[in-house]
Design a protein around this ligand. Sequence first.
Ligand code: NAD
Ligand code: UDP
Length: 413
Amino acid sequence: MWGAFLRGTTARGAVCALAAAPLAAVTIGQRPRQSPKPLTDPARALTRSVVRCDDGVQLINVSVPAQKTDTEFSRILVTGGAGFLGSHLCRRLLAQGHEVMCLDNYFTSARSNISDLVGHPRFEFIRHDVTEPFFCECDFVYNMACPASPVHYQFNPIKTTKVSVLGTMNMLGLAKRVKARILQASTSEIYGDPEISPQVESYWGHVNTIGVRSCYDEGKRVAETLCFDYMRMHNVDIRLARIFNTYGPGMHPYDGRVVTNFIMQALKDEDITLYGDGSQTRSFCFVDDTVEGLIRLMNQEETTGPINIGNTNEFTVKELAEVVISVVGSKSKLVYLPLPGDDPKQRRPDITRAKKYLDWEPQVQLREGIGKTVEYFKSLDLRKYKQPTSHTAHKTSEDDVKRRISSGMNGGN
Ligand code: NAD
Ligand code: UDP
């Protein structure tokens, strides 16, 4: 177990609105079926319609009861709540006055990440694996549990797929049973190695089913499918966020992600490890911005998503290294290592929908966010964190993957 190593939119702008039509009757490509049974609690009854929006993608227009707003006291389950994004969410939700149940198995996180929350009268930690069924009374579920760093999710790829598929199914089942609204933490990875930039939500992606990243990418794609099927079949009230690379205080110092590696290396004046030639791009969103986007998506009544949550400023990995060296004032030099298999060449979100439906866009730009993250890493007592096997991602390089496929070792033909 990794823990051991680590210690719709409204009709606004819609070209064609199929407003107020019963979902089953208007969902294209679906087998006709009976209308869902009316919910027993009329206060929670959902009304839905499908609209076709500007870019041709169908989104579900959802009307939900007024009590589901962020101003009223709610019981909120955050799976993966001890992790990087989850712990920030827990803090924000507690600050808003809600009761927070944080479910986690510490697979990629440490207790210390939420030690400030333990003892809070409205906070409860539940040690549980989302791949096993779980039931509790709650109004909202943020389904964040899943290893997110390539090094983490490739550690046990079969388990990674289980977390996305079984874990999401379990949480959707819970949401169905208690009629909670559920937000699924999806990812820009569902676009794979994109052929278009920026990536719009209507883009279906360019994803390898048998590569080293597939356990994460395809797991998250199935999780999206499950969300929409639970909505279509069982009226589950879903929200779908496609999160782009997020960084900030609270990251595990040995998570192997690029921001973490570069800052840790720069602070020690060690070589900065660029994978490939460093020309691949990412768009880095500061954690406070991402969490704000997630909460806004959960609390609005207009669309289920999918909605991209990310910063539109795109940097090459080499540019990121230069920013980190400059902010830290480090003497580190750049070194080049093999590019990991299936590493996407570019990533940049189109956030038109987030602006329109959530009135959201990132506020913190890279230099400022890196500065805050550097201060955080400086403040850590690294003796309390166990270093995993170092830099493993680049060891599954493009060449290695091709060699394995041509010899049939990677499941190729
Ligand atoms: P993280 O690894 O810091 O947090 C994930 C949390 O889930 C950890 O606390 C881990 O212990 C927990 N977890 C893993 N498997 C579990 C299981 N079987 N049962 C219960 N808990 C389990 O990662 P993060 O960056 O905070 O990501 C959180 C979510 O956001 C993930 O679903 C990830 O896919 C998604 N996401 C994150 C980013 C990003 O850049 N941070 C980008 C896109 C999507
Ligand atoms: N990367 C790098 N050096 C590192 C870690 C990562 O050059 O030490 C690259 C990696 O190959 C990818 C990008 O940085 O192109 C982002 O990697 P990360 O693991 O943070 O997440 P990803 O976006 O690939 O899921």
